[in-house]
Design a protein around this ligand. Structure first.
Ligand code: GDP
Length: 452
């Protein structure tokens, strides 16, 4: 994801500062200038960036920090807080309740990813036990109904639409009525877009909204417009009661940071981000875990959420227990590889852990990553139980490595590479030691994780 580059630049700046023998004003300024440059490149508004810099300098008064203070940590925390402030809209979004019918209406310009996002949103909730349904009230774009139908069929989500009816209000009302009768608890209405903001689009949005009385209106926008997102989000908000925003195409555009901060400035909460064309390339957006991940500090709550989503129920308690013990064996690595291979787009779980993302499973190279994981697993198949269950790196001596290479038909070099990977993962895993495992959505452990 392009945001990873922004995160990389910021964490590098912090790292460089940490490497300095003495953190004085010059070092701090260099770090802040580097961060400023990265944020401006990501199209974050100049004023926001300048204010951030001023605030950090105010908080981090180097003269007042006694020698014993951990300046690095204080500065890092200040940067974290200020980035969160830039992205925080200051108000939460309405969240539909499971088991109680909610109507959610999607609005946005044509091409923003609205139809794709409707299905992603439905699919996300379906996986969490909801009963969603999709209504296509987009009668403006030829092929919109076919697209929604295709996506919905793939995800096995009921849908409603018409090839002949041209009145979007009529379709929306009929669809909502039908799915209410069928006891669907999340009825999603996809509305028409236009190439640009125009009176006809806003009038149609207003009419569909009046007729269906949505509990939540979600505005979908493409992140490539960067800080221009402010004006777009304001314009939509003025026409219809936008309660939440989903920012799409965060995988491909350098301006994603600008778009997110601009939306926050309109006081509209961003609830999800789209990170690819596939149905599950869709992530909950929560400011603190997002910034934490951006800075390479990991996103423990996202990690937990993914564990709950992809690790089979019966294996969850055991895995969480092992996680809190911090003891990472090759067998745990093997089991996690099995989960990763099962869950489709690789790397979603582990990318949430500090320092984990790019190396093992870089985005866009999923096939190669999968092949690598399979290769590692073949080598582990040639290991003894003692080797798999030990967390003592010294056990893997030369003769054992040669035996594993022979047994799996691989080169010694490859076995050593796999063991290096194991050591790297074990180091990250060990940071989880003693961690209070949060329940779904709980953030309590995050700050502890950040300070580790
Ligand atoms: P609509 O006109 O707003 O309904 O837009 P569509 O849902 O038809 O999407 C327009 C294009 O954007 C399609 O090719 C989608 O596959 C693509 N798209 C949607 N969301 C994302 C995303 O998060 N990432 C990427 N890379 N492409 C996306």
């Amino acid at each position: 994801m392009v945001l990873a580059q922004l995160g990389g630049s910021i964490s590098r700046a912090i790292q460089q500062m940490s490497n300095a023998t003495i953190i004085d004003e010059k070092v701090l300024n260099e770090c802040l200038n580097e961060i400023t440059r990265a944020l401006l490149q990501s199209d974050v508004q100049f004023k926001l960036v300048r204010d951030m810099q001023t605030n950090i300098k105010k908080i981090v008064n180097l003269d007042d920090l006694a020698a014993g203070h951990n300046k690095r940590r204080i500065i890092q925390q200040a940067i974290f807080n200020e980035l969160c402030k830039i992205l925080d809209p200051g108000k939460p979004s309405f969240t539909p309740k499971k088991g109680k019918t909610s109507v959610v209406m999607f609005v946005g310009l044509q091409g923003s990813g609205k139809t794709t996002t409707c299905t992603k949103y439905a699919y996300y909730h379906q996986k969490k036990g909801w009963k969603p349904a999709l209504v296509c009230a987009d009668t403006f774009r030829a092929g919109a109904f076919d697209q929604l139908k295709q996506n919905a069929t793939k995800a096995k989500i009921p849908f409603y639409g018409s090839y002949t009816e041209s009145d979007p209000v009529k379709i929306a009302v009929e669809g909502v009525e039908r799915f209410k009768k069928e006891n669907c608890d999340l009825i999603i209405v996809d509305t028409s877009g236009r190439h640009k903001q125009e009176a006809a689009l806003f009038e149609e949005m207003r009419q569909v909204s009046e007729a269906t009385k949505p509990d939540l209106v979600i505005f979908v926008m493409d992140s490539s417009i960067g800080q221009a997102a402010f004006d777009q989000a304001q314009a939509f908000k003025q026409s219809v009661a936008v309660g939440a925003v989903i920012v799409t195409k965060m995988d491909g555009h350098a301006k994603g940071g600008g778009a997110l901060s601009a939306v926050a400035a309109t006081k509209s909460p961003v609830i999800f981000i789209g990170t690819g064309e596939h149905m599950d390339e869709f992530e909950v957006f929560d400011v603190k875990p997002f910034v934490s991940r951006l800075l390479g500090m990991g996103d423990l709550s996202g990690f937990m959420d993914k564990i709950h989503e992809v690790v089979p129920m019966d294996q969850q308690p055991e895995l969480l227990q092992k996680l809190s013990e911090g003891n990472f064996t090759l067998r745990i690595m093997y089991e996690q590889f099995q989960n990763i291979l099962k869950m489709g787009p690789i790397g979603q779980v582990f990318s949430m852990l500090p320092g984990f993302s790019a190396e093992l499973m870089p985005k866009g190279r999923e096939k190669e990553s999968q092949a690598k994981i399979k290769r590692y697993m073949t080598m582990m198949d040639s290991m003894t139980n003692e080797e798999l269950d030990s967390s003592n790196p010294k056990l893997m001596n030369e003769s054992r490595i040669m035996r594993i290479a022979r047994g799996s038909g691989r080169q010694v070099r490859e076995v050593m590479e796999m063991l290096e990977e194991y050591k790297r993962l074990a180091k990250i895993w060990s940071k989880m030691k003693g961690l209070k495992i949060p329940k779904k959505g709980e953030m309590s452990a995050l700050s502890r994780n950040m300070n580790a």
